[in-house]
Design a binder for this molecule. Structure first.
Ligand code: NDP
Ligand code: MG
Length: 385
């Protein structure tokens, strides 16, 4: 039996993880959960899977939880020290990092030094803190397995191979999002609900907007250079509208290996949760006789955003934090209907040009750069409204 600590249990990835656990209760036990403030969803999870611990980030939500759940046999936690203790609890075997956005960095960083297996969904923690997290995980024997579908596909295509030096190229696929085949100039008046309406995946709102802007693919490029320890030049970003091939590894001898499945996050999660044997889940099979797979170039009118991501990969330091924070503010401002969809790019470009920070890297400097960038990005938002 493996004990799982699910960070971000009430979100979209959290739900997919719970579904895999539910189908494999003889092998997987939900030991603990964390969330920000969604007590209703947390209560449903507790009633169904009876975890021993709940960590609640938001203080008011914690009080609310305590008031309504006095009879429940669960230990509630809050604050950095208790989060650290939970992550390091000797009974935890697997930590799932599925908090959304920069808020996930703190927990992923703590998990990296725990010596436990980490299933990583929170790409923003690698984009901002990859230079700290990867070495820390290596030093402490904390194995990181990606569950972002593209990175999990690459991970599967690389496993059993002789070495990363045999890789010639890696192709990361992108669905193209809800505005596939639309020019940037056609997107001036798209609404929040248009942008949230992803054709292939049901996801949290932040990543859904990232997918519509293609910033998600840019974050994934940065995530990939850290997870696979390869230069950005090895990676191509290609649109694949069907979301069936989740990424492709091409080897120096000309063979390309890819991973295929219907778009369903339970599949990479089940792979990452497996041991020697794969876990069984109920999935929709692919009818190969009906498959039509196509590929398109990354849209040329969005190439500037990819160029910024490649600059982040090449220069490192705090640039990932600046890129990420500018994007988070831009997405929040779009979701609160302060700016238009196309202005998300403007907020990122103008903030990225303005922020110029030192390369002295630590958790403190990352947090400071995040805060300063958010202030700059807010100024750009104000100038647009
Ligand atoms: P959601 O918005 O659906 O869920 C976010 C989760 O994080 C919720 O449980 C939320 O709690 C929790 N959370 C937010 N802030 C905090 C905080 N400060 N402390 C503790 N918990 C917090 O996001 P997704 O599930 O869509 O995405 C999660 C991560 O996985 C993201 O990094 C995303 O990029 C990545 N990912 C997601 C995919 C998907 O299919 N959804 C695919 C690939 C990667 P509460 O509910 O209380 O607010
Ligand atoms: Mg992905």
């Amino acid at each position: 039996m493996k004990n799982i600590l699910l960070l971000g249990a009430t979100g979209s990835i959290g739900k997919s993880v719970l579904s895999v656990i539910n189908e494999n209760k003889s092998k997987l036990n939900l030991f603990g959960i964390s969330l920000n403030n969604n007590i209703n969803e947390a209560t449903k999870i507790i009633n169904e899977l009876e975890p021993s611990f709940i960590y609640i980030e938001d203080n008011a939500a914690l009080e609310d939880f305590i008031n309504h759940n006095q009879s429940k046999d669960i230990i509630h936690l809050n604050g950095d020290k208790e989060l650290k203790d939970l992550i390091n609890h000797q009974e935890v075997d697997i930590i799932i990092s599925a908090i959304s956005g920069f808020a996930g960095l703190k927990a992923t960083h703590l998990a990296a030094s725990s010596g436990k297996k980490i299933l990583l969904a929170n790409k923003e923690s690698i984009v901002t803190g990859g230079d700290l997290i990867l070495p820390l995980a290596k030093e402490n024997n904390s194995e990181i397995i990606p569950i972002d579908s593209e990175h999990n596909a690459i991970f599967q295509c690389l496993s059993g191979e002789k070495g990363i030096e045999d890789v010639q190229k890696i192709t990361i696929t992108a669905s193209g999002g809800p505005f596939i085949n639309k020019k940037l100039s056609d997107l001036k008046d798209v609404t929040k609900s248009d942008a949230l309406n992803h054709p292939n995946w049901k996801m949290g709102s932040k990543i859904s907007i990232d997918s519509a802007t293609l910033v998600n693919k840019c974050l994934e490029l940065i995530e990939a250079i850290y997870l696979f320890d390869l230069d950005e030049k090895y990676f191509d970003l290609v649109v694949h509208p069907q979301s069936i091939i989740h990424s492709i590894v091409t080897y120096v001898d000309g063979s390309s290996i890819c991973q295929l499945s219907k778009p369903d996050m339970r599949i990479p999660i089940a792979h990452a949760l497996s041991d020697e044997n794969r876990l069984t889940i109920d999935f929709n099979t692919l009818d190969f006789t009906k498959l039509e797979l196509s590929f398109q170039e990354f849209p040329r009118d969005r190439i500037e955003i990819q160029d910024i991501a490649r600059e982040v990969c090449n220069k490192g330091g705090l640039l990932g934090t600046i890129f990420n924070a500018a994007n988070e503010i831009a997405v929040e401002s779009f979701l609160s209907e302060q700016i238009k969809f196309v202005e998300i790019y403007e907020v990122i470009y103008r903030t990225f040009d303005k922020c110029n920070l030192s390369n002295d890297l630590s958790l403190e400097t990352i947090n400071e750069a995040d805060m300063l960038t958010r202030i700059e990005a807010q100024k750009v938002v104000k100038s647009l409204v």
